[in-house]
Every structure is written in C-alpha cells, then in structure tokens.
Design a protein around this ligand. Structure first.
Ligand SMILES: Nc1nc2c(ncn2[C@@H]2O[C@H](COP(=O)(O)OP(=O)(O)OP(=O)(O)O)[C@@H](O)[C@H]2O)c(=O)[nH]1
Ligand SMILES: [Mg+2]
Length: 623
C-alpha cells in the first residue's frame, strides 16, 4: 500500500482519516471489477467502429472516435493503438483499439502481452485475412481465450456459414487448445451499433458483446495489499510532462512518488512518478493512485522504455520482457536543397529536422534513427510506417527530402540476411498466371493456392526487396480488382540480385511554368505527374516514360513566341489528368538516383543531380 505523509501534530482526526482511507482501499479493491481487452483484426474489419459504438452506448464518449489523429481520420485507418475504458454494469472494461495494417503489427503484439483477452473481429464477407491470422496466433500463444465477433453481417455478399467454418479452421490450424477452440461468437453490424447472439436476432445495441466480455474475459487480478509492480507497454508524449508510459498495474497500489525502474537490459534506477492518469472514454483522468488490474499512464520517468518494470522495492522481480520488432527498411532524410527549397515550409534546417526526429523517437517504438552521418538514416517497419511520419511532418510545416527506401540487410552468423514477407493475393482467375510469373521473377515462392467464390487466393513468401514498389504495378496488372496484403515474416539468407523492371523518368530540363501545349505533346510519350500551369524546375521528374528510359524534356515550351497567345491557346488543350504523387506513391516509384521532396504543399520527385550533364557524369563515375 502506498505510503502517505500527514501534517505534523495530527491526532485523532488523522486516525479517522486513516481508517476511512483504508476502508476506501478495501472497498475499492473489491469493487474494482476490471476487464482488460484488446480488439484485434485485419485492417478495416471494424475494430474502431465497434469500440466507438461501445463508448457511445455506455456514455463514455458520445461524439468522439478512437481514430482521433488527423491522418487516421482522413485515411479511415487506425495507426496508433489507443486505450479507452467504459463502465458497464459496475465493471470497468479497459479496451485497447489496435491498428490492423501489417506495418503496425508490432504495436499490436506489445499490447497483447498486457491485456487478459482479445475480441477477434472478422468481416462476414472477407473472412479471416493475413493479419487476422497473425494477431490471433500471437494471442493464442500468450494463452488468451479469444472471443469472436463476426462483423458486417449486413453486407449483401456476407457468407456467414463459410466464414464461421474458416475461423474455426484457423483456430485449429494455429494449434488452439480445447478451451480456446470452444470460443464464443457474437454477430454484429457495428456501423449500426448492434450485436446479437444469433444472426437473425433483433437487436438495438451492443449489449450481447458487452455481456460476453464480462462473462468470459477473466477478471483482472487485483492484489492491492502488496508492493506495487507495473510494466510499460506503450509510450506517449506531452509537451509539459515529457515522455509517459502506458502501463499495466500487475500488483499493489501505485501512487505519486518515488519508484524503482528495472529491466534486464539496464541497471536499476530511481525515478519519480509525478502524475498518474487512468482512461475514461477518450479522456484521461488525473488520479492520485491506481490499483492492480488497471491500465494507467504515468508521467515523470523521462527515460522509461517499453517492457520495463516500475516497482516499489529495489529488489522486486522484473516482469517478463516485451520485445520490440526490428525495423526492415531504411532511407535517408535530408535537408531539402531543391531550387524551390524553403518556399512552402517553415521548418527546413538540419537542426529542426533533427529535433523533430528526436521527438518522434520518444513515442515511435518501432523507429530508429542514426544521426551520425551527414544525412539522417531513418529505419522503420515498412513504407506506411515511414510515410505516416513524413505526412505528420509536412502538416507541422516541415520541408524534407528523402531517398529511395532500401531493405535492411543483417549479418547473421557471418552470412547476409534480408527481410521476407508473406504476401496474400486474391485475384480474379484470369490474372493468376501473370501474378505468379511476376512474383516468381521477384524471387517469390508460392506456398498455397485456393480457388474461392471470389477468385483465386494465393500465398507467397517473397523477399521484402522484391515487394518494395510492387503494389502500384499490381493494381495496374489486375485492373484494380486484386487485393494484396503483406506482412513481415523474418530475416532469411539473402537471395541474390533481383531484376526489377525500372520505370524511366521524364525529367524537366527547364525551370518555369509548365504549359498545356508542351504537356499535350509529352503525354504521348508517357504518363505525367503534373498538370498545366505547375511551376517546375530543372531536374524535377514530371512523369514516366512508356519506353522505360530516362528522357529530358521541355515542359514550358509554348506554341507561339508571344506569351499572350501561348497561354491563350492553352485553355483549349485537353490533358489527361496527371498521376498525383503522394508520399507513399513517390516512395514506391522513385529510383535510386532520385529524391522525394516533401513540403507542406507539394510532393515532388527530382533527380539527385539536377542537370543532364551532371547525371551523365555521375553515371560514368558509377554513382
Ligand atoms: N457494411 C458495414 N460496414 C461496416 C460495419 N462496421 C464497420 N464498417 C465500415 O468498415 C470500415 C472500416 O471500419 P473501421 O472500424 O475503421 O475498421 P478498423 O478495423 O478499425 O480498421 P483499422 O483500424 O484501419 O485496421 C468503415 O468504413 C466502417 O464504416 C458494418 O457492420 N457493416
Ligand atoms: Mg481502427
């Protein structure tokens, strides 16, 4: 129990206060009936919609969404695992809403260690997908008894029977034991805030799901009268409070004051908790103390890391470590030095970029940055992981240039190893042949193939190198009808050179305003990345070439010599809409002699060497 200090000269009043205080503790630990769960699923299967509906119906938050970050809102995906808690029939349910995208898979893995069970959500039409398999596997390994929600049963193409069968097979396949196999299921139309025990039941709310959670998730152990121990599983940052740890209290009652921080990796150190928050809906509540079983956020330990044990006693045992996955790709961040540098951004210097990256490292657990070179080498879990960081930076007013992402090669026992991905592809029958051929060239090996009602489903194991930049091509090859999803497997021996179909760049040889007349001619030789009236500079990549080789062009050339007439005739020209370069698309299509220039208003591709002469020289030198 936490030590408290009382004012000097305290007499009977203090005794009464003490007794009341202990009584409060006893009542609190008995009354505090807590369930800790995470909601897990493949991307888009409805985790956040379910969490939002639960918050809404329990009065925890009526108009907030768990996807609170602006990029999350815009993209409609969850990027950061987030905590909330709701009260339902005297039970506090702590819920962690997790991201479904594979790049953020390690985020989910860490969370799973710190909760007591999961709600596995499966789309009634899509059925189990690669990330369903990954997160369920982790959960079963930890020993959870997952609950299942089959969501989106309102979809016309829902295939309830088949999907139920597939979920059962997945459990079996992943080695679920008898208890785990006996999982409970509810059905849901999360978008309408409804859950039901049987698909044909009439329902108006999520009660069946909440009842299932209270009945089948083991209550959190709440031993409060022993010295406290908690473990951090996620990090947060506040401008005033600095780095904070999201932690599960395993034992005891923790309050403001001195603590010890322990881990296998570092030596034990003293620190001080200056604030404790519990979660209430999407709000955080400042509390003087928290009891075993609960999930809290603590401030004051500036150097806290994931998995460290925060405890009351110096010789307390360390809680089992939580591992953080290694990055798989890396790229350079540079100061933007294009001819347009500094025109659109507020933060442009090396020092400003360094500070921003240092701040990111406070919370972005999977990220690594090497500050030692001239440029900063940033390593992450995938293209989206890095793209989200860049998107955040440009919204904050940064300008930065990045190089082409490369996979990280590791030396294991003296041999070169590279990351591999599992790639799941669903395509209409007629495309399967060409996909198999393409992935074969990229050193992919097919491990499974099934014919299903919506096409052919194939599994491949492919080096990450072969997959970088492939998505775009896949969408074109399957006329937008294919679904591809990837997830990291492990580092395996390097497979040697992979032939990549290089796309040629159309490079501007001039600086000025692009004219419709010139672009109309250029679009016959490739696809353009810019529209008429765009300001371009010498060395900027303004499109690709269908022949596949580099081409320096003049996009500012008008038809007539006088500007008046040139721009007058420009209006009548019909141009194909340009391909918009987003951060992710840019990272995919860029080649090794190019930079992606990112500013608050623009994303441009450019050559490292801006003039054709310099490029020729660089090539001669083998750069
Ligand atoms: N038809 C239908 N659509 C739904 C239902 N529930 C959710 N959706 C939609 O599915 C989409 C994805 O929902 P989210 O809740 O964001 O999915 P998520 O699992 O949190 O996605 P990530 O966090 O990005 O992995 C949204 O457009 C929802 O409106 C449902 O019951 N029926
Ligand atoms: Mg979500």
């Amino acid at each position: 129990m936490i030590r408290r200090r009382f004012p000097h000269g305290a007499g009977q009043r203090m005794l009464v206060f003490c007794m009341l205080n202990s009584l409060f503790h006893i009542l609190n630990s008995i009354r505090m009936d807590i369930r800790n769960i995470a909601i897990i699923a493949h991307v888009d299967h409805g985790k956040t919609t379910i969490t939002d509906a639960i918050m809404d119906q329990t009065g925890a938050a009526s108009d907030g969404s768990m996807d609170s970050d602006s990029i999350e809102k815009e993209r409609g995906i969850t990027i950061y695992a987030k905590n909330t808690s709701v009260m339902y029939k005297d039970t506090k349910i702590n819920i962690v809403d997790t991201p479904g995208h594979a790049d953020f898979g390690s985020e989910v893995e860490r969370v799973l260690r710190s909760i007591d069970s999961v709600v596995l959500v499966v789309d009634a039409q899509e059925g189990p997908m690669p990330q369903t398999r990954f997160v369920l596997k982790k959960s079963l390994e930890i020993g959870h008894k997952p609950l299942v929600v089959i969501n989106k049963i309102d979809k016309p193409a829902a295939r309830l029977g088949e999907v139920e069968e597939e979920i059962y097979e997945l459990f079996l396949d992943l080695g679920a034991d008898d208890e785990q196999l006996d999982f409970k299921t509810v059905y849901a139309i999360a978008r309408e805030g409804k859950a039901m025990h049987h698909p044909e039941d009439v329902s108006t709310d999520m009660t069946p799901l909440l009842d299932m959670i209270v009945a089948h998730v083991p209550p959190a152990k709440s031993e409060t009268d022993v010295p406290f121990r908690l473990q951090s599983f996620s990090l947060a940052y506040d401008d005033f409070l600095g780095r904070m740890a999201v932690a599960r209290v395993y034992e005891g009652t923790v309050g403001i004051g001195e603590v010890f921080v322990k881990s296998e990796m570092k030596s034990t150190r003293k620190a001080k908790i200056i604030k404790i928050f519990t979660f209430e809906g999407i709000e955080k509540k400042d509390v003087p103390e928290a009891v075993a079983g609960d999930i809290v956020m603590v401030a004051g330990i500036d150097d806290i890391d994931i998995g460290e044990t925060i405890c009351a006693e110096e010789n307390a045992g360390v809680l089992p470590a939580i591992t953080v996955d290694e990055p798989t790709i890396s790229l350079e961040f540079l100061v933007n030095d294009s001819p347009f540098a500094g025109k659109e951004g507020t933060f442009v210097t090396r020092e400003q970029i360094r500070e921003r990256l240092e701040k990111e490292l406070e919370v972005n657990v999977g990220l690594k940055v090497d500050f030692s070179g001239e440029n900063f080498t940033v390593s992450g879990r995938g293209e989206l992981h890095i793209a989200v960081l860049l998107e955040n930076m440009r919204r904050e007013g940064f300008e930065v240039a990045v190089s082409q992402p490369r996979v990280i090669i590791k030396d294991i026992d003296g041999a070169k190893h590279e990351p591999f991905e599992e790639v799941t592809i669903t395509v209409p029958e007629e495309f399967s042949g060409s996909i198999i051929e393409k992935l074969g060239k990229r050193k992919g090996v097919m491990t499974d193939m099934k014919h299903e009602s919506d096409g052919v489903r194939m599994l491949f194991e492919v080096p990450t190198r072969g997959i970088l930049g492939y998505r775009n091509e896949f969408i074109v090859d399957t006329k937008g009808e294919g679904i591809i999803s990837t997830r990291f497997l492990d580092f395996r021996p390097h497979v040697g050179e992979i032939q990549r179909h290089a796309v040629g760049s159309m490079v501007s040889g001039e600086t000025g305003k692009a004219l419709g007349y010139a672009l109309a001619n250029l679009q016959q030789r490739g696809a353009l990345y810019i529209g008429a009236s765009t300001e371009v500079y010498q060395g900027q990549v303004i499109g690709n070439t269908s022949r596949g080789d580099e081409m320096t062009v003049n996009p500012i050339k008008g038809k007539h010599l006088t500007n008046m007439r040139a721009s007058g005739s420009d209006d009548a020209i019909n141009l194909t809409p340009p391909i918009e370069i987003t951060i992710e698309k840019g990272m995919e299509i860029m080649s090794s002699d190019e930079y992606l220039e990112i500013t608050p208003r623009s994303v441009r591709l450019r050559k490292k060497h801006l003039t054709e002469n310099d490029r020729i020289k660089a090539r001669r030198k083998g750069e």
